[in-house]
Write a protein that binds this ligand. Structure first.
Ligand code: AMP
Length: 394
């Protein structure tokens, strides 16, 4: 695969698929968090500084039936313009985009309307893929967060550029960081897996069983494990239809010599609320009518010891309902332990989504080795799957 650093962009129009699916302020409709836009700037600037012009493709939200103002890419335009420091053209239709792309000069940038407004995008429709390909002379995919989707703008379009398709700098960085953990991680390697549902994380845990030395389980999913082991979990989150999967994971971990760490105690609440009454109990003896919403102090200590003795750490998913202060301690202390391990020389990769928000909330993003911009895409990589957006560039 061609590297963008060895490709000649002189006089070329580069179509760059980015992930500008950013949150907006509800009232002002202005960009609330520009992390994803900033993450794409190195690739954009590379092309612009090397004689090329840029046509940007991105999705934005999940429009169901064609164009809808709240999902228009126009809301992103002002912030992008500020960050890039150049005027940016905008095209709402493919016809207009193709015409205007022919007039682009070196250093020019044009943003296309939300790719999901175009019929066929999510079906990877070949007519649309071909249409998108007419917007430029080469294709760069820098949208790691969308690489697990086989859509026209992420996969189909690449087939029209057999010699001129490339990974962007962000995509490359994401994959290099994931590979550092996936293939031959420095041991001991600890994976910390949390979040609400075990069903979302079964495949990743199964795959990690053959790579990790230790797996720490926290969050709502820990209670399906507790129940599978015969514990009483009150009203805690549970997925009854996953009890058998969890038992298989427990026995596989045992066979493979992977140490599985489960929370021995929990902060329990008498209702699912940030203002509920709370107490600390064993995770296997939760009172009737109460539910576990965070890991307890003994679990924090156990987990910290494991993390601090690791050389590689992967973290995906919070330890509790960290959005509510009374249940944020577990996630906060695990974040601090990951930061401390990193300062002692461990390599740490934080999965996107909620773990990235948690690490940002505790102001520790610059104290870990890498925070991924991909949620679902990173999970799928760690499930051992090949991502269609990356395969299409091969
Ligand atoms: P996920 O998207 O699966 O990573 O889950 C993240 C969500 O899980 C967060 O919004 C947390 O509030 C929630 N969560 C974490 N622990 C618990 C718990 N013990 N009970 C209910 N929800 C939880």
């Amino acid at each position: 695969m061609t590297d963008i650093r060895s490709y000649s962009f002189d006089g070329k129009r580069a179509i760059i698929r980015v992930d500008f699916n950013v949150p907006l302020h509800k009232e002002t409709m202005q960009v609330q968090d520009d992390k994803r836009i900033k993450a794409a700037l190195p690739t954009l600037n590379w092309v612009l500084n090397h004689g090329g012009s840029v046509v940007l493709l991105s999705h934005f939200g999940r429009p169901k039936n064609g164009p809808e103002d709240r999902f228009s890419m126009r809301h992103v335009l002002p912030r992008l313009q500020e960050l890039l420091g150049v005027h940016i053209g905008f095209s709402s239709t493919l016809e207009e985009g193709i015409l205007r792309s022919k007039e682009l000069n070196a250093g020019d940038v044009m943003l296309m309307e939300n790719v999901r407004f175009f019929e066929g995008e999510t079906d990877n429709d070949s007519v649309l893929s071909e249409g998108f390909s007419k917007l430029g002379d080469c294709f760069i995919n820098d949208a790691f967060g969308s690489a697990h989707r086989a859509h026209s703008s992420t996969a189909g379009i690449a087939s029209y550029f057999p010699e001129d398709r490339m990974m962007g700098l962000l995509m490359k960085e994401e994959i290099n960081n994931a590979q550092r953990v996936l293939s031959n991680p420095v041991k001991p390697f600890t994976a910390i897996i949390g979040g609400a549902k075990v069903s979302d994380k079964i495949l990743i845990i199964e795959n990690l069983l053959s790579i990790a030395s230790d797996i720490i389980i926290g969050g709502g999913m820990a209670y399906t494990f507790a129940k599978a082991m015969g514990g009483q979990i009150g009203n805690s989150l549970v997925e009854e239809d996953r009890l058998e999967n969890v038992k298989t994971i427990l026995s596989k971990a045992n066979q493979l010599g992977v140490r599985l760490h489960l929370p021995q105690d929990s902060v329990i609440a008498d209702s699912f609320s940030g203002h509920a009454s709370t107490q600390i109990t064993s995770s296997h003896h939760i009172l009737e009518g109460w539910m576990g919403l965070d890991i307890g102090p003994n679990s924090i200590n156990d987990f910290k010891k494991v993390i601090l003795s690791s050389k590689t750490v992967l973290w995906n998913g919070p330890m509790g309902v960290f959005e509510w202060e009374p249940f944020a301690e577990g996630t906060k202390n695990i974040a601090l332990a990951v930061a401390e391990a990193t300062s002692s020389g461990a390599y740490s990769l934080i999965g996107g989504g909620d773990s990235a928000s948690a690490i940002a909330q505790f102001e520790l993003a610059d104290k870990v080795s890498y925070v991924s911009t991909g949620g679902g895409a990173l999970l799928e990589l760690f499930e051992g799957k090949e991502l269609p957006g990356i395969r299409a560039l091969g």
